[in-house]
Structures are given as C-alpha cells and as structure tokens.
Design a protein around this ligand. Structure first.
Ligand SMILES: [Zn+2]
Length: 161
C-alpha cells in the first residue's frame, strides 16, 4: 500500500456546547490538517496523487470555507448574532470538535474523488484527532463477512455453553 500525506494549515475559532472545560468559551486555534491518501497502485506518473492537486482542491476549499471562520454547532445561540454582524461562520451538525472537523474535511476530500484514508486535525501541538472510516468493515469482501459472522456465531455458542 502506498500513502501520501498533505499538510494544510488554517486558523479557526470555535466553542463547544454542553461542555464544562475552557472550550465552552469562544476561542481560536492555529490548526494543522494532515490528509492521508492511500492506494495499492500508482498512477502513470508514479504517484498516489499529485500533492499540487490535493492542495489545489482541498486547500482551496479549506481556505474558502473554514480558514479564519467561527466553526459552530448549528444550535449555538451566538451563531445568529455573529451572522448579523457579518462575521464569517461555518455551521456543523455536531459540536465543532477536532474530531468533527477531521470528518468534515475527510468527507469533502472523498467527495472530490481523492482516495482519502485518514484525516488528522492538530488542534494544538500536543492534541490531535483523527477520522478514519472503519476499513475492516468497509473493505471486507462478502466471503470475509460471512466468515466473520460464522466466527461470531461460534463465539456466542461457546459463550452460551
Ligand atoms: Zn478549541
């Protein structure tokens, strides 16, 4: 398996709802995103994907949609106030944690046809969250799933006994 990782930096503000720590207050981060693409084979250029292509598509989207924006939960009561003041806001269906931001960027990269396997968001130099779909579930061939079900059935029988 080959893999390439593109690193993109962006600044964002956020706050978390239903949270007791400091992150319940509006604040910002200098975030770093790692976008990992994987492939069993290389294209005719000998690449998984051209780094420039990832930059052109994914970084452009991050720059436009997320960079220097407040990333807020859709239900955050401050969102309408910021919008009224023409402050740039990006709304998420979930709390805007690093995990949720990783998933958001993963899904955008995947929707653009990139063979993305993992997105990591560094919220600080010491804190990183990742989104990676369950490859074992997603990629297991049908026969493999049947065998797994047989194994699970065997396990439940032996547990029952
Ligand atoms: Zn934060």
């Amino acid at each position: 398996m080959y893999a390439v990782t593109k690193v993109i930096e962006f600044c964002y503000g956020h706050r978390l709802l239903n949270y007791q720590g400091k992150c319940r207050y509006l604040h910002g981060h200098n975030g770093k995103v790692e976008i990992e693409l994987s492939s069993r084979t290389l294209d005719r250029r000998g690449m998984v994907r051209d780094f420039d292509e990832i930059k052109r598509v994914v970084q452009a989207w991050i720059d436009q949609e997320l960079d220097h924006k407040m990333l807020l939960h859709r239900d955050d009561p401050v969102a309408p106030l910021l919008r009224e003041r023409h402050e740039p806001v990006f709304l998420l269906d979930d709390n805007p944690t690093a995990e949720a931001i990783a998933r958001l960027i993963f899904e955008h990269a995947a929707s653009q046809g990139f063979p993305v396997t993992c997105v990591r968001v560094w919220e600080t130099e010491r804190s990183v969250a990742a989104y990676r779909p369950d490859a074992a579930v997603r990629r297991r061939p049908r026969a493999g799933r049947r065998a797994a079900r047989r194994r699970a059935a065997a396990r439940s029988i032996s547990t029952a006994a």
